[in-house]
Write a protein that binds this ligand. Sequence first.
Ligand code: MG
Length: 329
Amino acid sequence: MNVRRVSSANVRQSKVIGGIAIAFVLAAPATVWAVNREFLPGIQWQQPPVITPGESDGPPSDAIVLFDGTDMSAWENAENWTVADGVVTEGRGDVRTKQSFGDCQLHIEWSSPLPARGRGQGRGNSGIFFHDRYEIQVLDSYDNETYFEGQAGAIYKQMPPLVNAMRPPGEWNVYDVIWTSPKFNDDGSLASPAYVTALHNGVLILNHFELRGDTFWPTVPSYQAHGPGPIRLQDHGNPVRFRNIWVREFKPLTSERVHEPKFHDHDTGREWLVSEGETPPEESSESPAAESPTAAAQAAPAETDSIEQATRSTRSRRPWRPVRRWLGR
Ligand code: MG
């Protein structure tokens, strides 16, 4: 009997909770929909450049091709590596790009020697160095034990890859690396460290990893001030093959603030600053953003007009208002 009473109480309690939940679900959207309000961040962005993507893993239109299967003229010391059948094979001495790079996206395909010879760091070793000093490891890490921060995809001696996505010797691996160069102050001190994000065969292996400095075998990682530098491929004495190498430099988009963040109410036409709250201030305390159009135009930079006009032009093509409310737009 006692169990039965508890059970009934639970049922009543569940009904009450359920009722509250349903009421909340019904009321919450109504609260949102009652305000036909848009957030305007007030930042004018540079138009992102238009580029043509590459076919498959090919270079996009804004890429610099470093090796297309036949031409290694973008590299120094290329005469000591072997180009044949669309690939270049690791030879005597490292190769460095003649051009220097800073922040960039690198695509490079590589294949470990078949049959596999050696073990650990002695098997299929090469490496890709940014600025001639920060290495993402190239190694035959297919069923080959070594220290984790030295296996394929590692930032050498600093960070192992998140997973081992290695293909067997003889097959082709793909690295897509997003490299953010370290930045230095005028006095040579570090302003911002290097970061790297990388995919190995389409799989994330490094996620915005912050480098502690350079990656030389005998020294503690450290930063020495430098500017853009070459990309280097390592000769470690193993005939690793490479193909389809391209790089894209990238820069942050530029922007400028054209007005403070504000809200625009599409029902009333009122605008008010975000700093004034979630709802429009009382009519008696008009905000600068809610002043007359003439006053607002005088107070705002010239760019504001074009932004607002563009925004309103876009709004004129907006869906029917009940549909917008349903979409939350
Ligand atoms: Mg190496």
